[in-house]
Design a protein around this ligand. Sequence first.
Ligand SMILES: [Ca+2]
Length: 223
Amino acid sequence: MMDMQAVRVLELDTGTVVVLGCPGGKVRVITPGTFRTSEAAPHGIGSMASLPNDLGHGGCALAAQVEGTGGAQVVRVWFGTAYGHAPRPANYSTGSLADSEVMCGQVHTCTWSPSGGFSGTTTVALQPGSSFGSGYVVTGLAVADLLPSSVHAGDELVVTTLSGDVLILDPGLGSGSLIFRTHVVGAAGCYNAVLVEDTDGDGAKELYLGGSRGLWRFVTPVE
Ligand SMILES: [Ca+2]
């Protein structure tokens, strides 16, 4: 059973929000309305906000978490696409493609808050020649504190691709955010089949990926 649903439900102090990663390249946040509780009171209609910019094509990977406290709470969203908006290759009919002209998977991050809406977008392109290495079709994302603090402090972002790439990134997606990179046979993490959990209870989390060739289990250096 596979589909391309990218849905996350988060609880803020102000109520529940639903984050959607849409295949067409949009990130949307739905604030549900109220349920009907009596004959006299109709259902409340919720609202939906859309990220103004279109982030590419084939979006199917999504992670989200609540950051901050009280009135400063924001939802941070990570969204993965099959490929982004690439320019028409300059020498399409006669020459080879430049690295920047190769269609590649992309990972994006932005924030949303009840009072401020969407804000900022940072994009990482898995292009040939980049520090991230190449990757096509981002299939899965998860944010969690996977690695021990001696390797990387705070949370990490797990990124998987249709071509079997497995990347561990700093969630800020700045330059040099690649922490670890490996490759598995077949597709990895479709679609959001990524779990970070301490299933054996030894205090160290493992990384599990659903793949087209089976289930992959990675352990951290402290296990
Ligand atoms: Ca463990």
